[in-house]
Every structure is written in C-alpha cells, then in structure tokens.
Write a protein of this length. Sequence first.
Length: 373
Amino acid sequence: MTLPSLGLITEQAIAGAISTGTHGSGKCSLSHYIAEVRIACYDVTTGEPIIRTISDGVELKAARCSLGCLGVIVSVGLWARPQYQVEEYFRRHATLAEVLAAEEFYPLQQFYVVPWKWDFYGQHRREVTGPRSWLASLYRLYFWLTFDIGMHLVIMTLVQLLRSRRGVLYFYRYLMPWTVIHGWKVVDKSYDMLIMEHELFRHSEIEIFVKRSQLTTTIPFVIELLRHFGGDTHALSLPTQERLQTLGMLDSLERCFGIYTHHYPICVRRVLPDDTLISMASSDDEDYYAISIISYARPNERQGFIRFAEHLARTTAEIFQARPHWGKYCPIDAETVSNLYPNLAEFRVLCSRADPSGRFRNQWVSRLLFGEK
Ligand SMILES: Cc1cc2nc3c(=O)[nH]c(=O)nc-3n(C[C@H](O)[C@H](O)[C@H](O)COP(=O)(O)OP(=O)(O)OC[C@H]3O[C@@H](n4cnc5c(N)ncnc54)[C@H](O)[C@@H]3O)c2cc1C
C-alpha cells in the first residue's frame, strides 16, 4: 500500500506533514485525503484533558491542516491505496508553454527551471499498468549518484567552499545539461519513483503557491527577481519596475542588486485543489502550482537568500496572491495572510471555540493567523 499523495521525502511524521499542507505533484496535498483526526485537547467547560475525534464537516476541513492550533494530533485516518507503477522520463523544453503542454499526457509531472540558462526540464510522470522496467535498478542508481549525491556535492562546493558566482553560472550553462539523460523512459513502483533523498544535505527553502491562471506570469517574474539579485543589470523589465514602484518596493529591491546568486533548480509542482480551510492549495476552483526556491548557502551566509525570499514573498503575495508554504520559510505578515486565505476567519472561529485561551498556539501562529502582537 502507499499514501494517496507523496512529497519529495517520507521522513516527516504524518501529523507534521498534514498540519503544514505537505504535497507532491499531480495530486492534492496529503491534508486533503484525511478522513479522520483524533486530537488531544481540553474540554472547554471542565478543563479536563480529552481526546476528540473529528471526522466530518467544516471541523474536518480545519483539522486537515491546522498548524497545531486545534490541539495535539494523536492519530489520523486516511484511505491508503495499493502501490502503483509510475513511468518517468526527463526532457528539456525551451519554453514554459511547452513543458506545461506535456501535463496532458503526464499528469504527475513536475518540472525544473534551470538557473542561469532559464530553460525547463520536465520530469514527466504518469501512472501506468506495465511491469517494472528491467533497467529500473540502473536508473535508480543513476538518479541517486547523479542528482541525490553528485549534483548536491558540486553545488555545495561551488557555493560553500569556493563561493564562486562564475562557477555556478558555468555549471548550469555548460555542465548540468550533460548530466540529464533525455527520453530514458523507466517504469518503477510509485514509492521509489516519486521521492528523492532530499533530506541528505541541509538547505533553506521558500515555496510559493499560485493559481494556474497566475503561473505563466509568476514564473517570468520570479526569474527576473533571481537575475536581479544575481547581478544582471538588465533583469527587471519596465512593466516589472512599474509594478514594484506602485508597491513601493523598487528602491528596496534596487539595494539588493547582486547580493544573492541563486544556485539550485527551481522545482514547479502542480497541486490539485484541497478541501481544507488553510492549506496552501485550499481552493474551490483552480489548481495551484508550487514554485520552490532552495539555497545551500551556509547558515551564517544566508542573508542574501533571506532578503531574496522576503522580497519574493511580499511582491508575489501582492501581485499574484502567492501563498508561501507554512512548513518552509514563510516571511509574511498577518494582514497578508488574511488577504490570501478567504477561509481564515472560519478557521479562527473553530480554533477559538476548541481552544479559547489559545494554549496550543505558539507565538508565530498567534501573530500570523490570529493577528496578535
Ligand atoms: C528535506 C525536506 C524535504 C521536504 N519536501 C517537501 C515536499 O516535497 N513537499 C512539501 O509540501 N513539503 C516538504 N517538506 C516540508 C515538510 O513536509 C514540512 O515541513 C512538514 O511539516 C515536516 O514534518 P515534520 O513531521 O518534521 O513536522 P514538524 O516540523 O515536527 O511539525 C510541523 C508543524 O506541524 C504541526 N504538528 C506537528 N506534529 C503535530 C501534532 N502531533 N499535532 C498537531 N500539530 C502537529 C505543528 O504546527 C508543527 O509546527 C520538506 C522538508 C524537508 C526538510
């Protein structure tokens, strides 16, 4: 058996994964599939500890992704499904439109924007019924050596040891394309195909979620921002400069010129609408796309990335209504959160009813979700 939706890793606890809207590509986030949650909390009249079972209605939508606000989750119920086979192959695409078009045939696909080359690599995936490929073990070994280990070691050497902007640019423009074997179609079981060993090397990450209708304008905007932070004088187009001026962010952005060279492929994943109140893909209509930006800068050299992430979160929330992942770097304020999540008021009411004194909330959640100082 396997879970209905898998992120890049499976090291998380289920409670942690659902409480932050953890997702993979081509399905809803794991939160969406939760059918029952048992929560340890206090009886509001007697103050005695109790365990509540929530299995329907709007409370279930809240409990599916609650950032711990309803109490301590002690178990969850969800329908697992039999393990299935996934076919995968990589292909380069010159344009965003081209890689998105492949989604029709490869609904589980994710794709990467390659920094400093700004082209697209589709990791095309679909569910199939065929048997495991006889070269699947070789493919696993290739993937592990090349991407899970090799690419990360090269990036960390360039970023942490050599601190070489030129090296990063050279790697993505001339070397990285040779590491990808195009068109090698392999079928393997879903659990092996859908995950990678992303937990091996410590990194920082911000991931923003935009609706499908905003995707084709958000990605070029993110690229412009990355090029500007990376020291490209012609990065910001006139319309972008005008937008930033209107937001009052152009001056602050100009001061960030050249302070951060991005050095990791930008992963883009489709997340189907979640039936929840506040997971990032919570929606009654469109799919969301998660755009993930990862940095391997050493913890004491992260300032450039942090400044980038703050500008990214603020500008894309204003312009594209982008929601940053709750379980990653999430530099937004309470006012922005209430603009981005139409069901937040309902979520607050349910939390206040279940936990009137807010003892299950930490400072961050109190500030961001409940607007407390
Ligand atoms: C290497 C790596 C890869 C990742 N890949 C992905 C990915 O592919 N897709 C994706 O969406 N995310 C991904 N994430 C993010 C990750 O899924 C979330 O941060 C998740 O919350 C981590 O789970 P955890 O069990 O470590 O949670 P924790 O960090 O322990 O908890 C996160 C939050 O969940 C709540 N929580 C945890 N346990 C309980 C409980 N028992 N009761 C009530 N509330 C609780 C709390 O609010 C807590 O702050 C990745 C993270 C890492 C480090």
